[in-house]
Design a protein around this ligand. Structure first.
Ligand code: UDP
Length: 317
């Protein structure tokens, strides 16, 4: 298959590029390098492209005639989306609309979309399955939910087929050490803890200790980035297998760990102690997010390989 990996220079995208290439597909990364890194694209072709640029998209669709598009190119910081919602609606929602238009105009009708647990908001029950009501509490989650809604209409009207994957907390690195997570500035819990372990930061802050959880800190479901990437390949193979229906899947390991538990596990695994500060809540954080991935297991054969949080942390050490 010829695959466009939009956002292939980013954290999850670069892992996807590697796996898709190793699986024998022709991979083309499209990225505007706003948050990604050119040197993270280790396989396949690279084409500079901003998804807001319709002419450039059309040119690239004509040049490569891809079988499917995998779309990872989004801003994804909950806190930033609260203070700068325009950035999120413009890139995530408007940008994706533009990408979908280019797909339809160029008769490419297979789409894999990175969505998020943030579409659910505060859970009404745990674990969160695909039928759970969607009430996002931050612009990031709203910007992605709008795309999910557009996709339903694009399927009905234009026959665009899609698999939406809603990630819980993507974490870990490729075990080869070739690929890492390089956000600048870094805001995610595990990479920040690892910076603290290495002495690059003085302390790790816990954002809020008065949530309605076992120890008052937010609970999240961590899933290894390569397990995510593997199931994306299963998703694209499903789409290419013929006359199939569009699908939506939640992806996590089905187990929740609080911020305090994660900090303790990193201390145990690394044998290093470090300073922890109990800080204010960060705006827009739901208290608990734990996935049910039963549908992805039953229908796609999703089978996480690095499913213990300890093993995910070990890939970072
Ligand atoms: N978090 C924290 N300190 C940090 C970074 C994150 O306490 O320095 C918390 C954050 O409030 C959330 C959880 O860790 O409850 C996971 O945050 P992250 O940004 O890694 O992922 P998100 O859940 O926002 O996708």
């Amino acid at each position: 298959m010829t695959l466009f990996i939009v956002g292939g220079a980013g954290y999850i995208g670069s892992h996807m590029v590697k796996l898709a290439h190793l699986a024998g597909h022709k991979v083309i990364t499209l990225d505007n390098l706003s948050t990604g890194h050119r040197d993270a694209v280790l396989y396949g072709a690279f084409e500079y492209c901003d998804i807001q640029d319709a002419n450039r998209l059309n040119e690239l669709f004509k040049k490569y005639t891809p079988d499917a598009v995998m779309h990872f190119s989004a801003y994804s910081l909950v806190g930033e989306s609260m203070s700068d919602p325009y950035k999120y609606y413009n890139n995530n929602t408007v940008g994706t609309l533009n990408l979908l238009k280019a797909m339809i105009d160029n008769d490419c009708k297979n789409f894999i979309f990175s969505s998020t647990a943030a579409v659910f908001g505060n859970p009404e029950y745990i674990p969160i399955d695909e039928k759970h009501p969607k009430n996002p509490i931050n612009p990031y989650g709203k910007s992605k939910l709008m795309i999910e809604q557009m996709l339903e209409d694009f399927d009905s009207a234009y026959g665009l087929k899609y698999v939406v994957f809603r990630y819980f907390n993507a974490a870990g690195h490729d075990e080869s050490g070739e690929l890492t997570e390089r956000h600048d500035p870094e805001t995610h819990l595990l990479p920040l803890i690892m910076q603290t372990v290495r002495g690059e930061r003085e302390a790790i802050s816990i954002y809020g200790n008065d949530y309605d959880t076992k120890d008052g800190t937010c609970v999240r479901d961590y899933i290894h980035v390569n397990d995510l990437s593997r199931v994306h390949l299963q998703g694209v193979e499903y789409l290419m297998s013929g006359d199939v229906d569009s699908k939506v899947y939640n992806l996590g390991n089905g187990e929740g760990f609080s911020v305090k538990e994660i900090i303790e596990k990193v201390k145990e695994i690394t044998g290093k102690d470090f300073k922890v500060i109990e800080d204010e809540r960060r705006a827009g954080d739901p208290d608990t997010l734990i996935a049910s991935s039963q549908r992805a297991k039953d229908e796609l054969g999703f089978k996480p390989e690095v499913d213990r949080v300890e093993d995910i942390i070990k890939t970072l050490v």
